[in-house]
Design a protein around this ligand. Structure first.
Ligand code: ATP
Length: 274
């Protein structure tokens, strides 16, 4: 049993254009991916191939979207797992799942006749946290297996493997993961600024009937500190309010109520976790 949910996933349809803002992150990522696309050239120049890319930043900022867009951009199959899926009671199961993930990626690429595969590991900090003072942890083996798999990636393999990982606690990661040849490319995926919030709002409002009175510009102004996921949720909530009131269009009041709701939701989430 592999830990991935990805064997049927093949190539994601997510494109970079569907990710609002994150211009800097997208450019950096595309540049790194060009290594994958033009590998022969890189090798000619003796450039060390990229094996791992770390996406770091707060929750809900689009890291998963970026990894999927990366697979689409490079015509790679996409196989994913979350760090928490590797935490098991029985020693060795996590390591076995890591091995399975890499095997699944190679298999899926062959099956789909693709030359490359992107393995995405969300919440890498769960298995890749700092190993302190020789203290044995049950998932040391899992992390070691991941390092072994990454060290074993060859550029001349039939299926070229790129590992992408996401974390919102980069400072917690074991330095072994960040060494050259492992996750040595770091891309910051931060909270959106006002312009980026406007872009994200526009993307998610595209399929919704907006009253001409709605100013997404104003909504962007009023949502300082919101993540992309919260902005998506807010446009959805606004539509639900409009529907409930039997209105044909989303009005400014619906957006206001939705902003309050998403903010309150955050607050109760925080209270619940403390
Ligand atoms: P987490 O760290 O919580 O796993 P993440 O950074 O991986 O989050 P995603 O899962 O990519 O975030 O984003 C969740 C959802 O939020 C997306 O499916 C999308 O609807 C919306 N979203 C997040 N960021 C953006 C963005 N930059 N542009 C458009 N939509 C976004």
């Amino acid at each position: 049993q592999g830990a991935n949910k990805g064997d049927a996933s093949a190539i994601p349809t997510t494109r970079f254009e569907e990710i609002g803002g994150q211009e800097h992150a997208k450019n950096e990522l595309k540049e790194a991916l060009d290594f994958l696309l033009h590998q022969d050239r890189m090798l000619e120049y003796g450039i060390r191939p990229i094996k791992g890319i770390l996406l770091a930043g707060p929750p809900g900022t689009g890291k998963t979207l970026m990894a999927k867009a990366a697979a689409h951009y490079t015509d790679s199959v996409f196989v994913s797992a979350s760090g928490s899926e590797f935490v098991e009671m029985y020693v060795g199961v996590g390591a076995q799942r890591v091995r399975g993930l890499f095997q699944d990626a190679r298999k899926a690429a062959k099956k789909n006749e693709k030359k490359s595969a992107i393995i995405f590991i969300d919440e890498i900090d769960v298995i890749g946290g700092k190993r302190e003072g020789g203290q044995q942890r049950e998932y040391d083996q899992t992390l070691n297996q991941l390092l072994t798999e990454m060290d074993g990636i060859r550029v001349d393999e039939e299926v070229r493997i790129l590992v992408m990982a996401a974390t919102n606690r980069k400072e917690m990661l074991d330095p072994a993961l960040l060494r050259p040849g492992r996750f040595d490319r770091h891309i910051l995926v931060d909270l959106p600024d006002k312009q980026a919030r406007l872009q994200i709002l526009s993307l998610h409002a595209r399929n919704k009937p907006l009253s001409p009175e709605v100013s997404l510009e104003q909504v962007a102004q009023d949502t300082f500190g919101f993540s992309g996921a919260q902005l998506e949720s807010l446009t959805n909530e606004a539509a639900i309010y409009a529907l409930r009131e039997g209105k044909k269009q989303l009005e400014p009041a619906h957006f206001q109520a939705a902003i309050d709701k998403v903010m309150m939701g955050e607050k109760t989430d925080r209270e619940a976790s403390h």
